[in-house]
Design a protein around this ligand. Structure first.
Ligand code: NAP
Length: 422
């Protein structure tokens, strides 16, 4: 964004704190970076307050006061409606471009306002093409027999595939025109009452996602990157996804990776020390394998629709939505957000589980290279669960455990972070 003139109408970047910038393709993070936050709707304000407190504490404890986040509030959803008279003001998008990293709470999906979803609108406007969804098991009540092996990160493509929204209802003029075109040009007959959707998957879209996943694997010492696809059937979309993803691995990360073919043809099935295994699995198999042999999987790279299914499955294995963190990232920009929505029935009641928001915050800290603080947060969550200090959504699955309020649980985490940091 060199030379770009930022302009804001109703917000101003904080005077203290410095901007995160990009130099030579890398994020340059000062010790006092400005980080944007959007509270969100429903339980958003409560869980965001909790997440910011926990992040601040972890940063202070990990770096002994040498580093500090300078928070900048931006607005979307109901709060933006009050201040700007619109749900997603330009100021907010411009603000995130300014800070490069942000954390948001969930937003109500407005009905009848022209937005399919505000979250999708933010991802699109900022070209956040990678949806990064980790699965953590901290000993929480989980339905999976092998939950202690569930430690995946799913990189889901965010902009293409059937999710691109290119579709027409059965009986529409557009569907009729497409049917006629297909018949005339290719001799393909579709039923008259068929709805039609288009599934674009590009080399560009696939390769930038795979690149991000491999960079993450290298940075965080992950061992396996698996390409999930249904290429045996959808050859030129999902099959091509597989091919293009391997292409990036082999052409751009040669020194870091070994493909599964090479593992057997060159290395007799024994992984060479320090290398990342790149393999692929057909989607239906992949969905089963994370249940039957989770220890074999680590980072999973998937087109949009597969990624949607497998990331929810992965989180269900370890007990569901209150713990499910996420982040949407582009080349440099990243917006962390929990997977869950605004949980309106808990709004304002101090009952929501803030862990998904907190773990999203930890992911953001990883992203800016402050992994000591991120790990401290994850260790604290682990320890809290070990001590049966949990909110009602988890307590109800644990025998004899008294649920904590959101605020009490937050205080507990702050105490544990202090303890752990010594
Ligand atoms: P939801 O807000 O995720 O809530 C569904 C249920 O999940 C809740 O009733 C609760 O279950 C549980 N839950 C979710 N988050 C929780 C938390 N932090 N702590 C404890 N329990 C939690 O899904 P929804 O009710 O379908 O959607 C509500 C609104 O959120 C809609 O407007 C939707 O469009 C929007 N939404 C936004 C996002 C986003 O901003 N990224 C994502 C999804 C949905 P129990 O009732 O079993 O306790």
């Amino acid at each position: 964004m060199d030379g770009y003139e930022f302009s804001f109408k109703k917000v101003r970047p904080p005077e203290e704190g410095e901007r995160i910038t990009v130099k030579d393709g890398k994020l340059l993070v000062p010790d006092n970076p400005i980080v944007a936050f959007i509270e969100g709707d429903g339980i958003g304000p409560e869980i965001m307050a909790s997440a910011r407190k926990v992040m601040d504490k972890a940063v202070e404890a990990a770096y002994k006061g040498k580093r500090r986040i300078v928070w900048w509030e931006l607005y979307a959803g109901e709060k933006a409606m009050k201040i700007y008279g619109e749900l997603l003001p330009q100021d907010t998008l411009e603000g995130i471009k300014y800070t490069l990293v942000a954390i948001k709470g969930p937003l109500t999906t407005p009905v009848g306002t022209g937005y399919r979803s505000l979250n999708v609108a933010i991802r699109k406007a900022l070209e956040l093409y990678a949806n990064i969804r980790p699965t953590y098991y901290f000993g929480q009540p989980a339905p999976h027999k092998y939950a202690e092996h569930d430690n995946f990160i799913i990189f889901r493509e965010n902009t293409e595939d059937l999710y691109a929204g290119i579709e027409w209802p059965a009986g529409s003029e557009e569907a009729r025109k497409i049917r006629e075109f297909l018949k005339k040009e290719f001799g393909i007959e579709l039923r008259e009452d068929a709805g039609i959707g288009i599934k674009p998957i590009s080399r560009f879209g696939t390769q930038r996602l795979m690149r991000k996943a491999l960079q993450w694997a290298i940075k965080f010492n992950r061992k396996v990157v698996t390409i999930m696809h249904k290429g045996n059937i959808m050859k030129y979309t999902e099959g091509a996804f597989r091919e293009w993803a391997y292409e990036v691995a082999v052409n751009e990360f040669r020194d870091y990776i070994v493909t599964e073919d090479e593992l057997y043809s060159k290395y007799g099935g024994k992984m060479p020390e320090g290398k990342i295994l790149v393999n692929d699995r057909i989607a239906d198999n992949m969905l089963q394998q994370i249940i039957t042999r989770p220890w074999d999987y680590d980072i999973i790279v998937a087109p949009n629709v597969n990624g949607d299914y497998i990331s929810d499955e992965a989180n269900a294995l370890v007990g569901g939505i209150g713990m499910a963190a996420g982040m949407n990232a582009g080349d440099y920009m990243a917006v962390a957000e929990p997977v869950h929505g605004t949980a309106p029935k808990y709004a304002g009641k101090d009952l929501a589980n803030p862990t998904a928001e907190i773990l999203s915050g930890a992911l953001l800290l990883d992203y800016i290279g402050w992994s000591e603080a991120a790990q401290l947060i994850r260790n604290a969550v682990h320890e809290a669960i070990k001590r049966n200090k949990v909110t009602q959504d988890l307590a109800r699955h644990m025998e004899g455990v008294k649920p904590l309020k959101t605020s009490e649980y937050t205080e507990e985490l702050l105490k544990i972070i202090e303890e752990l940091a010594g």
